[in-house]
Design a protein around this ligand. Sequence first.
Ligand SMILES: [Zn+2]
Length: 351
Amino acid sequence: MSPSLVSRSLCLRNSSLFKSLCSNSLPEVPCKHRLYSSIRSGTQVEHLSTQPQILQPDAKNGLAEDLTFVPNSSAVSKTALEKLQDFVSASKKLFVLTGAGMSTESGIPDYRSEGVGLYARSNNRPITYQDFLRSPSRRRRYWARNFVGWPRFSSVLPNASHWTFAEWERAGKVHWLVTQNVDALHTKAQSRRVIELHGCSARIVCLSCAQKTTRDELQQRMRDVNPQFNSESQAIAPDGDVILSDEAVAGFTVPSCSQCRGMLKPDLVFFGDNVPGDIRTSAYDRLQESDAVLVAGSSLEVYSGYRFALAAKDQNKPLAIVNIGPTRADKLAVLKIDARISSVLPGIQVT
Ligand SMILES: [Zn+2]
């Protein structure tokens, strides 16, 4: 059974979620929040997605363009663009895989890029799933930093490439888009056929009773129990993390589940954790249904992404890659373009 994406509009105009998105980032743009349910084989996977309803991306609406975290790259050649145009034109059901390189032009750094990635600029490393579970102090530090980083991270806007993929979807070109990113920028840009491989930072899950809530609700709870905590973020990481001193973290109170007092965790895949089986299977199925694979903004160093390049090869489906710098799957690709994504994708015609 092919998947169907069912959207149920929820009127959340009175919620703090709505107010925070509307008032912080897009004051003049009408907003709507929806609860998307991806229904597959009788199993419903709830996917709480929050996005402003933006009709046209333009300067007035704040189309993101921040090149601080974009690595240096050469201009794309006319020949490369023509080859990509041919690749896209030949596909009737394109499978798109995106990674952190998609969001660098929105002002979110990636992990691995030379000079500008998080690993190049800092000794800080993302918390592992094991540390999060076992260490109350690491957990406190994680949430304190996340609390400080959230207002800025949650108000980041899609860039031209996010809008382009949403447009390709509406034109019937993109069969499905799978992203390794947890920043919700594809759904903010109105893409609908999206699988978030590593979850989404805008959702919170209780590890005891599985209750799901929004990150904005938790932000309010954290604000309520930490009235003294008003550090302001200057730097963010791909998952919304920021850098704070141990002194700043001390005394931060971490709320527990409002229903069962259980431990709360962002609904995303930490380093050291695995992509949930149903998400992985669903993404594989979508690739199986597709006829070509386009990777944008991922070095594919993490196996959860690289496996899709291997699957494309196994299924004799052509693979194209747009990424600054080498990727693990360069040797598998029929086309590799080493350039800034927004200098490439918006020039491709899909009609
Ligand atoms: Zn609970």
